[in-house]
Design a binder for this molecule. Structure first.
Ligand code: BEZ
Length: 212
């Protein structure tokens, strides 16, 4: 199994899910994608994560992001678990969960880290661009639930920096000042972004969020 790194093409697969058998690339279409793994069904942290991701549907839709989860338990287990999630999280899960009982997708994406656990996946997150390239990889241990506000924040940054010659500073959120890409000389920054460019250092130039 090859190690996946940023910029690699996200491996395609066909898998059984709670919304039927699907091909990953067909599912993504020309959207951005989030593929995230769960250690096991009927576990407390995963239950809250799936409910939270479902409640963020409007935010993901606004950003043209398709969401798909994975757990190594079989489909009948996932279907039963969906009922518990609806009951306890006050929302229906509105995206597919892959039933990866044969570990095919988990292995493809290196989601099982044997020194953490021999059989269960860690909490992996892959953000994939419309070009099917991997833009972000996060790995959390089973004991730590993910922060979905952070996933939205990072998608905002990925989408902004994909289309504008800027980068986003520490703790940046949509609408706040951004930094001019280091490769852009300051005179060009003024041409691109106007007279609001602030040069704190030749390598540290701030400018308003061009999408705000
Ligand atoms: C959970 O999702 O709650 C969980 C799963 C595996 C280990 C610890 C917690």
């Amino acid at each position: 199994m090859a190690v996946l790194r940023l910029g690699d093409t996200a491996p395609d697969f066909t898998a059984e899910t709670t919304q039927g058998t699907l091909n990953f690339y067909d599912f993504l279409g020309d959207h951005w994608g989030i593929l995230f793994s769960h250690p096991a069904d009927f576990t407390p942290v995963c239950t809250t994560e799936l409910g939270t991701a479902a409640k963020f549907k409007d935010e993901f839709d606004r950003r043209k992001v398709k969401v798909i989860a994975l757990s190594v338990d079989p489909l009948d287990s996932h279907q039963a678990w969906l009922q518990d999630i609806a009951e306890t999280q006050d929302t229906e899960v509105n995206f597919p969960i892959i039933a990866d009982a044969d570990r095919k997708v988990s292995d493809l994406y290196d989601m099982i880290h044997p020194k953490a656990n021999d059989t269960l996946t860690v909490r992996s997150v892959f953000i994939i661009g419309p070009d099917k390239k991997i833009k972000l990889i996060l790995t959390y241990p089973a004991s730590t639930g993910r922060n979905f506000y952070e996933l939205l924040r990072v998608i905002d940054s990925l989408q902004l920096t994909a289309y504008h010659k800027v980068a986003t500073p520490a703790n940046w959120e949509h609408g706040q000042k951004v930094v001019v890409s280091p490769a852009i000389p300051t005179p060009e920054a003024h041409t691109l972004f106007g007279d609001q460019v602030e040069e704190l250092k030749p390598y540290l130039r701030l400018t308003p969020d061009p999408t705000a």
